[in-house]
Design a binder for this molecule. Structure first.
Ligand SMILES: N[C@@H](CCC(=O)N[C@@H](CS)C(=O)NCC(=O)O)C(=O)O
Length: 305
């Protein structure tokens, strides 16, 4: 149980201090030993500390550093484990749009690298993406997005915003319903025997159409946090799934027609105007109109499947 909660003003995070370790972490910061936490020099100084206290101190230092300095004063940069046109695309859109520095680490899907023991140490489920952060590796697209939004701000309603609840329910609808249903459509063999795959797909397509109808209705209300001028993590999540619905699996996309969802189409068209999208068109070979009229990715590195 946290003995006390203090506010981390700079990066906007709440900090949890644990009894005596709190003093140790605080001491390290006050003595200036955490300024260059991520380089070798300070690492050796930190060896004097108890390991647990050291880990907490890292988080305290990170949280107290203004966002724009998190990556310049320290050498720690987020690492995004990605494959082109995979769910990592959503995280990358958020990172690019928010201007958060990161390093993109290709997961070679052609060699099933996501299933390797090394990758499974980051994500035991063997799924892309993973974002390595000062708090450790984070997997699950929704979790990463929410963590980025809360850590950096500017990607959706803040925790105390009155619209936060409405925003969260649709974000979780995207991650808990739409995304897993798409996943079953793309990889039925992971869920059912081959002779039943066709029937499963038929059922899933109907479920997805209903899900998109609900999402369209939410977008039609034009809340600030969905399809508005300032894009949110929900916008990024939605337009990526729309892209995949139109593309995958090859020959099985007849159920999806973006023209039936004019507000979602408007959202996609807006996201296509962003510099973040332009950056990813280049980095992942997404082609022109990647959300309103997507074509299969032609990435300079790696493969989508
Ligand atoms: N629930 C996961 C799903 C991620 C997911 O389905 N990733 C796909 C790529 S888009 C993947 O890693 N597929 C490889 C596989 O299933 O082996 C999340 O939200 O991150």
């Amino acid at each position: 149980m946290p003995s006390r909660i203090a506010e981390g003003p700079a990066c906007g995070r709440r900090l949890f201090f644990l009894g005596s370790r709190q003093r140790s972490a605080r001491q390290a910061i006050n003595q200036g030993r955490l300024q260059t936490l991520w380089d070798g020099e300070t690492r050796s100084a930190l060896h004097q500390h108890h390991t647990a206290a050291r880990n907490e101190a890292k988080q305290v230092a990170f949280a107290r550093t203004p966002v724009h300095q998190c990556y310049t004063k320290q050498t720690m940069t987020y690492v995004l484990h990605y494959a082109p046109d995979n769910a990592s695309l959503i995280i990358r859109l958020a990172l690019e749009h928010r201007g958060v520095p990161y390093r993109a680490q290709l997961v070679d899907r052609a060699r099933a690298e996501q299933s390797s023991p090394g990758y499974r140490r980051l994500n035991p489920n063997g799924l892309i993406p993973v974002l390595e952060t000062p708090q450790g590796p984070i997997f699950e697209t929704g979790a990463i997005l929410l963590w980025l939004a809360d850590t950096h701000g500017g990607l959706g309603p803040a925790p105390k915003d009155l619209t936060r609840g409405a925003f969260l329910k649709w974000l979780f609808f995207a991650s808990n319903t739409l995304h897993p249903t798409l996943r079953m459509l793309f990889y039925p063999e992971k869920y059912i025997s081959p002779e039943h795959a066709g029937a499963l797909r038929t059922g899933l397509k109907a479920q997805l159409q209903t899900a998109y109808t609900h999402l369209e209705a939410a977008a039609a209300e034009t809340p600030d946090w969905f399809g508005a001028t300032n894009p949110t993590i929900l916008d990024f999540y939605t337009c990526a799934m729309i892209r995949w619905s139109a593309l995958y699996p090859n020959g099985e996309t007849d159920w999806f027609d973006l023209a039936r969802y004019p507000n979602l189409k408007r959202l996609c068209a807006h996201i296509e105007t962003l510099p973040a999208t332009a950056a990813l068109q280049t980095a992942e070979g997404l082609g022109s109109d990647p959300f309103t009229n997507p074509q299969p990715a032609n990435p300079p590195q790696g493969s989508a499947t």
